[in-house]
Design a binder for this molecule. Structure first.
Ligand code: GDP
Length: 418
């Protein structure tokens, strides 16, 4: 039953919107490539037979389309959905990412502070590896034990990006082209603008992980204000993490939740003007426990005991699943729009150029044909005229000859009579 359920879950994942769109647009561009090929063959023939039918620069433009279409196909193959996780150190960013990946990929907890950007993306290879800045040499994760020890040897500043290439077959999110970026604690960097410039401008979704024991900080707000200035209408989710701590204070839960909601909605709706309060409270803020979510999903039974769930954990697990669903819907819709809209427009331009050029040639050759027919008709008419003239000239010559011969005959007869 296991694999069957996994497949059907996978088929209904909102992420499929993106993967289907990617497959469809790849197919469309492959068709465009073969249309471009055929058109080029046709235009080569046309320009060989009559150079006036197509201008040289137009012909060159169309010859260059082949490379352009191939470049677009290669960009499409690399297109992905990108989410950036941010927040203060120890709020639970890495734990959240691991829970979503259903595996302890990122190092978490004490002594494993994420001090640079960590990007997790898919590889078709069977084994995971790490790429550090300034080196193309893949560093094996398995031989080093884990990502944490692969990174502990590196001296990295907070702006740098380490890529973790994880086998696609091991993880659904990664297989469906999601790239996840974990950032250093927002409290450790003074240069938030540089972060945004370097790592966030192509992000489809931002997830702010806040510790429910604290509140959204000035640095976190500043970061999002800067993001909203650079990107129009960014998609922002707020995760109030460590909500399992409320198990120790059950009487306070509702009032604390309301306080967090009020502050979060005020920020998203009144300060950033991203959406209305109803939308934000239903779709953008979630009260979760990344720790429990990871515990409940971890496939490795030796990694951690399946204990450690606090009272009321089921509700928090449901909330985490709800967040994931909203996140998947949001990221795939946004990525389809931002990434594929551009390609669609470019594809339309290419088709229009080919259609106009071939139509132009057809028009020109039609005009030439009409001119030819007209010329032939005129020549025909001239021919007829000439023929007529010739015929009447022949008639009159014959008449003249008849006259002359009659005259000669008369004269000869007269002479003989005389
Ligand atoms: P990061 O620095 O934001 O990436 O935080 P980590 O994910 O490394 O988490 C820091 C510590 O908080 C780790 O020891 C986690 O196990 C713990 N932690 C993360 N999420 C939760 C949670 O929801 N509840 C509790 N109780 N602890 C958590």
């Amino acid at each position: 039953l296991g694999p069957v359920r996994q497949n059907s879950e996978n088929d209904h994942s909102p992420l499929k919107l993106f993967t289907h769109a990617k497959t469809t647009i790849t197919g469309i561009f492959k068709n465009i490539a073969s249309y471009v090929n055929d058109s080029n063959k046709y235009l080569d023939e046309v320009s060989k037979s009559d150079r006036n039918l197509i201008a040289d620069d137009k012909h060159k433009n169309i010859q260059q389309l082949k490379d352009k279409v191939n470049r677009i196909l290669s960009v499409i193959s690399r297109d992905h959905m990108k989410v950036v996780f941010f927040g203060r150190t120890s709020n639970g960013k890495s734990t959240t990412v691991n829970a979503m990946l259903r595996e302890r990929i990122l190092p978490v907890g004490m002594g494993h502070t994420t001090n640079c950007f960590l990007q997790i993306e898919g590889t078709d290879k069977a084994e995971p590896y790490v790429l550090t800045p300034g080196s193309d040499e893949p560093k094996s994760v398995t031989s080093l034990g884990n990502v944490g020890s692969a990174l502990s040897r590196e001296k990295l500043d907070s702006d740098s990006l380490v890529k973790i290439l994880w086998p696609k077959e091991k993880c659904r999110l990664i297989r469906d082209d999601v790239v996840l970026v974990d950032s250093p604690g927002i409290d450790v960097s003074a240069n938030l603008d540089q972060w945004i410039e370097d790592h966030c401008l192509d992000a489809d979704v931002f997830v702010l992980v806040v510790s429910a024991e604290a509140t959204i900080t000035v640095a976190e707000k500043k970061f999002l204000h800067n993001v909203a200035q650079r990107l129009s209408n960014p998609n922002i989710f707020i995760l109030m993490n460590r909500w399992d701590a409320t198990a120790y204070e059950p009487d306070e839960v509702e009032s604390v939740k309301q306080q967090h909601l009020d502050r979060g909605l005020e920020f998203l709706c009144d300060e950033l003007h991203l959406c209305d309060r109803k939308e934000a409270s239903e779709h953008r803020m979630f009260f979760i426990s990344a720790r429990e979510a990871l515990l409940s999903r971890n496939k490795d039974p030796t990694a951690s005991p399946r204990t450690g769930f606090n009272e009321g954990y089921k509700e928090r697990l449901d909330e985490f699943t709800k967040f994931e669903h909203e996140f998947e819907e949001c990221i795939s819709k946004t990525a389809v729009q931002t990434k594929f809209q551009q390609h669609t427009n470019r594809g339309k331009e290419i088709i229009a150029l080919l259609r106009d050029t071939t139509a132009n040639i057809a028009n020109k050759s039609q005009t030439l044909k009409q001119e030819l027919v007209q010329n032939l008709t005129q020549m025909d008419e001239k021919n007829n005229l000439l023929e007529h003239e010739l015929r009447s000239m022949t008639e009159s010559a014959k008449e003249k000859i008849r006259h002359i011969s009659e005259d000669v005959y008369k004269r000869v007869a007269q002479t003989l009579n005389d």
